[in-house]
Design a protein around this ligand. Structure first.
Ligand SMILES: Cc1cc2nc3c(=O)[nH]c(=O)nc-3n(C[C@H](O)[C@H](O)[C@H](O)COP(=O)(O)OP(=O)(O)OC[C@H]3O[C@@H](n4cnc5c(N)ncnc54)[C@H](O)[C@@H]3O)c2cc1C
Length: 489
C-alpha cells in the first residue's frame, strides 16, 4: 500500500486534509516553510500584544462543527467561542454609523430606520439567502469540482437565474439606500471579487453574516489553528517547520517520487500541496504542470492587502471589535482593485480591536489594533507607500471616532504585497487566493487532482471551493476524500 503522504504547507486546508488522511490510516508528514504553523492564520506577538496576521472573522460555525464532528469531536473540545454583539460596526461618515446587531429583529429595525419599508425587503432577501445557504452547503460546496454534473440537481437547476444576475443587481433592486446596499454587498468581498461580478446565488454569505452571526474564538483565530493541530497530533500527524519544499521530483511513470527540502530528498508515495497552487506548479518539471503562465495571468485573484498590527497604550472609545470604514466611495476603491489596479485614492478600510472582547490579547488597559486596506494584487509595495496609507487611515480613524490615537502608539508592524510573496509564495501577493467569480466557481477552478501526475493532489484557497477559512476546511476534506477514493480503485 502507498502509505506515506507528504503535505506541503500548514494552512487550514492542509491541516484539515492531514487529519482526514491520518484518520484513514496514512502516515502523514506536513512540511511548512515558515517557523510557525497555520499558514495565513499565523499570529504576531509583541510586548504582550497578540495579533491574528490573517483571518479575524469566524463565520459559518456549522462548517467548523461539521469538521470536528467527523472526528467525533466538537469545537468546544479545543477552543471556546462567543458570539459577538454587535457583529460589527459600519462607519458611513462623521456621526453616521450603523451597528449590525446579533439579532435579526434588531437588524430589521436598523434597516427600517435608514429606509422605510426596507425591513420587508430584508425579510424577502434573507429568505432567499437562507435557501441558497442550504443548497450551497448540502448540494454544492462539498463537491470536488470534477464535472459540471455535480452542480445539477433538482434544487440547483431552479437557481440558474441566480448565476446570471449578481449580488450588486439584487442589492440595487431590493434597497434604495446606498448604505443598505453596501451592507448587503460587504460579505461577498470575502469571496474576492466585486459584488457586480459575484453571482446572486452567493447571497448565502448574507445568511452567514446576518443570521448565523460573527463569532470569536478566545485567543483569536490562532486558537482554531491550535485546536486543529491538537486534533492532528492526536491522529498522529507529523509536522515539520522551517521546511520549505524547493522541488518536486517525478519519475518516468508520471508519478511524484520525492520532494527536496534544502539538501535533503524525501521519498513520497503520495503528495498533497496546500501551498499556493501556482507556486506548487513552479516546483514541478515544465511537462508535469497542468496550467500555463497565461492561464494563471488570466485568473481574477482575490485582493492583496496592506495590514498594520498596532499596539496602543490606552483603551479606545467609539469603536467595536470589528469596524468597517465605508466613509468613502465603495465603487471607486473596487475599481482600483479590480479594473484599474492602482493604490486607492480614498481607501475603504477595516479595523479590528480584539482586545475589546478578549483580555488575553493585550496587556491590561491597552488596545490591540489590526487595520486592513484591500489592494489589487501585485502592486508596487514600498515603505513610503505603507507609511502614507497609515497616515491616511489614522487621520480618518481619529476624526470619525473623535479621539487622538497616534501619540499612544507603542509600536506598529506593517504587512503587504511583498510579504505575502516572501512568506507564503503567494501568486502576485494575493491575500486570500483566487476569486469566486462565475467563471471561477466549482468545476471551473483549478483541479484537486493533477491530470499529469498520478499521485499529486492540491488543496487550499486556489482550488475548490474557494477563499476563506470555512472553504479551506472543506477543501481539505474534499482532497482527502478524493485521494482515499482513488487509492481504493
Ligand atoms: C489578511 C487576511 C485576512 C483574512 N480574513 C479572513 C477572515 O476574516 N475570515 C476568513 O474566513 N478568511 C479570511 N481570510 C482568508 C483565509 O485566511 C484563507 O483563505 C485561508 O486561511 C487559506 O488557507 P489555505 O490552507 O488555503 O492556505 P495558506 O494559509 O496560505 O497555507 C499555505 C501554506 O503553505 C506554505 N507554503 C508555501 N509554499 C511552500 C513551500 N514551497 N514549502 C512548504 N510550505 C509552503 C505557506 O507558508 C503557508 O503556510 C483572510 C486572509 C488574509 C490573508
Amino acid at each position: 500500500m502507498n502509505n506515506n503522504i507528504a503535505i506541503i504547507g500548514s494552512g487550514f486546508a492542509s491541516i484539515a486534509a492531514a487529519c482526514y488522511l491520518a484518520k484513514a490510516g496514512y502516515t502523514v508528514d506536513v512540511y511548512e516553510k515558515n517557523a510557525q504553523l497555520g499558514g495565513r492564520a499565523r499570529q504576531f506577538a509583541n510586548q504582550g500584544f497578540k495579533f491574528d496576521m490573517g483571518p479575524t472573522w469566524y463565520w459559518m460555525p456549522d462548517v467548523f462543527e461539521r469538521f470536528f464532528s467527523d472526528f467525533n469531536k466538537k469545537p468546544s473540545d479545543y477552543y471556546s467561542l462567543q458570539r459577538l454583539g454587535p457583529s460589527y460596526r459600519v462607519y458611513f461618515g462623521q456621526d453616521d454609523h450603523v451597528d449590525i446587531s446579533d439579532s435579526v429583529d434588531e437588524i430589521r429595525k436598523s434597516f427600517e430606520s435608514i429606509e422605510t419599508g426596507s425591513s420587508k425587503q430584508l425579510d424577502i432577501f434573507l429568505k432567499k439567502a437562507k435557501s441558497n445557504y442550504d443548497v450551497a452547503i448540502k448540494d454544492l460546496v462539498y463537491k470536488p469540482g470534477l464535472s459540471i454534473l455535480e452542480l445539477v440537481s433538482r434544487k440547483t437547476i431552479f437557481e440558474l437565474p441566480q448565476f446570471i444576475s449578481t449580488i450588486h443587481d439584487v442589492a440595487k433592486k431590493s434597497f434604495k439606500s446606498q448604505k443598505l446596499r453596501q451592507i448587503i454587498e460587504f460579505p461577498v468581498l470575502f469571496l474576492g471579487a466585486k459584488p457586480s461580478d459575484t453571482p446572486a446565488f452567493y447571497s448565502f454569505m448574507n445568511h452567514a453574516d446576518l443570521v448565523l452571526g460573527t463569532w470569536y474564538p478566545k485567543g483569536g483565530m490562532k486558537a482554531v489553528v491550535d485546536g486543529m493541530l491538537e486534533l492532528a497530533g492526536e491522529l498522529g500527524v507529523n509536522f515539520h517547520t522551517n521546511s520549505g519544499v524547493s522541488q518536486i521530483n517525478c519519475g518516468e511513470d508520471n508519478r511524484v517520487r520525492s520532494i527536496n527540502i534544502g539538501n535533503t530528498e524525501i521519498p513520497v508515495d503520495l503528495l498533497v500541496s496546500g501551498a499556493d497552487y501556482a507556486h506548487t506548479e513552479q516546483l514541478l518539471p515544465l511537462k508535469s504542470r497542468m496550467y500555463t503562465k497565461a492561464y494563471w495571468d488570466k485568473k481574477v485573484m482575490a485582493p492583496s492587502a496592506l495590514l498594520f498590527y498596532v499596539g496602543i497604550d490606552k483603551k479606545l472609545a467609539n469603536v467595536e471589535h470589528h469596524s468597517l470604514f465605508f466613509d468613502v466611495p465603495f465603487d471607486n476603491h473596487a475599481r482600483e482593485i479590480y479594473d484599474q489596479p492602482s493604490w486607492p485614492k480614498e481607501p475603504l478600510f477595516y479595523a479590528s480591536f480584539p482586545s475589546i472582547t478578549d483580555d488575553t490579547i493585550s496587556p491590561k488597559g491597552k488596545e490591540a489594533a489590526i487595520f486592513l486596506i484591500p489592494l489589487a494584487p501585485d502592486l508596487k509595495d514600498t515603505q513610503e507607500l505603507r507609511e502614507t496609507y497609515f497616515n491616511i487611515i489614522m487621520n480618518r480613524l481619529e476624526k470619525l471616532t473623535k479621539q487622538e490615537i497616534r501619540s499612544s502608539i507603542l509600536f506598529k508592524e506593517s504587512y503587504c504585497v511583498q510579504d505575502f510573496k516572501d512568506d507564503y509564495n503567494s501568486f502576485k501577493g494575493n491575500a486570500y487566493g483566487m476569486a469566486n467569480t462565475l467563471f471561477q466557481t466549482a468545476f471551473l477552478r483549478p483541479k484537486l487532482k493533477s491530470k499529469k501526475l498520478k499521485n499529486l493532489y492540491f488543496t487550499g484557497q486556489l482550488t475548490v471551493p474557494g477563499p476563506g477559512v470555512p472553504p479551506a476546511l472543506i477543501s481539505g476534506k474534499l482532497v482527502a476524500d478524493l485521494l482515499i477514493k482513488n487509492q481504493k480503485k
